[in-house]
Design a protein. Structure first.
Length: 301
């Protein structure tokens, strides 16, 4: 996926005319990535089976589930219809932007739950100078819009606890988002989404092709660590330095892959995403919650 600052650069310009829309645009830049963030946080705890957790994150990162969480969040605002359109539209824009990048074994689920095959246009390299330029633009744009948007939201805080039917629908949508992903594990497995079927059935691996995006490569042992923690031994033309790599290859044994193509990534994307997510979260806290808390405090005094 493009880093978060790239998403902000490409998705936030409408907030220049409507600064009160910026929080929802930023949420749309982040919501499709939240399942992947949680996946990376939970896998090291070893509290969950890795493949089940990966299937769960895959479901929640699909466009259909982005709409569910968008509907849930919009019901906690005064103008639910407008907020839902902003969140849902920006989630879709986020996923379509992700699909433009040439990432091996990667993609987005636009048509789920009807089709769990990954969609990817593979048009743009993940590591290029254009990405650095757009990243910088995203940082500048967010900084420029920050104060103006916070000022607009102080005039009319958008958050509101749902009551009656809105509260019931909020609970329903949240429950669907949290509890229904396991219903689709079988369909994702049959579609071999993210090569999960290929990797999961270890004894059946030999002879099967694999594409894997941004795994941890150890040059000393010539191994690639995948999300489950397993290390695959690589054969072929390999880099002499460790780092994040994407590979294409074929299993020649349950634990060995003959590599036909390999790309060693730089670390800029991860750093830019962390910075973008941190700044977006700080902005959301300040713009959505602090004005409301300040207003309540002034009212009590």
């Amino acid at each position: 996926m493009p880093n978060t600052l790239c998403h902000i650069a490409l998705q936030a310009p409408p907030a220049r005319q409507r600064p009160e829309y910026l929080p929802w645009i930023l949420l749309g830049c982040i919501l499709p990535d939240v399942p992947w963030i949680m996946l990376h946080l939970l896998l090291p705890t070893h509290l969950f089976e890795p493949f089940a957790l990966r299937f769960y994150a895959t479901a929640q990162a699909s466009f259909a589930y982005c709409l569910l969480i968008s509907a849930t969040l919009s019901l906690f605002t005064r103008h639910s219809g407008v907020v839902f359109a902003l969140l849902g539209g920006n989630c879709l824009f986020h996923l379509l932007l992700d699909s433009l990048q040439d990432k091996w074994g990667n993609g987005v689920n636009i048509l789920a739950p009807f089709d769990w095959h990954l969609f990817s246009l593979n048009l743009i390299s993940t590591d290029n100078y254009l990405t650095a330029v757009v990243t910088t633009c995203g940082l500048i744009l967010l900084t420029a819009l920050w104060g103006k948007s916070c000022a607009a939201l102080r005039q009319s805080p958008p958050l509101q606890l749902p009551r009656g039917k809105k509260a019931l629908f909020a609970l329903l949508f949240a429950a669907l988002y949290l509890f229904t992903p396991p219903l689709f594990y079988g369909e994702m497995d049959r579609a071999d989404t993210w090569n999960l079927h290929t990797v999961r059935l270890k004894a059946e691996r030999p002879g099967k092709a694999i594409s894997y995006d941004r795994g941890r490569y150890d040059a000393a042992t010539q191994t690639l660590q995948i999300f489950s923690g397993e290390k695959l031994h690589l054969e072929g033309k390999l880099p002499g330095e460790s780092g994040r790599v994407s590979i294409k290859g074929v299993f020649i044994s349950p634990e060995r892959v003959r590599v036909s193509a390999l790309h060693l990534h730089n670390s800029h994307r991860d750093r830019a995403s962390r910075l973008g997510i941190l700044l977006a979260c700080l902005f959301l806290c300040q713009s959505l919650f602090f004005p409301r808390l300040s207003r309540l405090w002034r009212h009590r005094i």
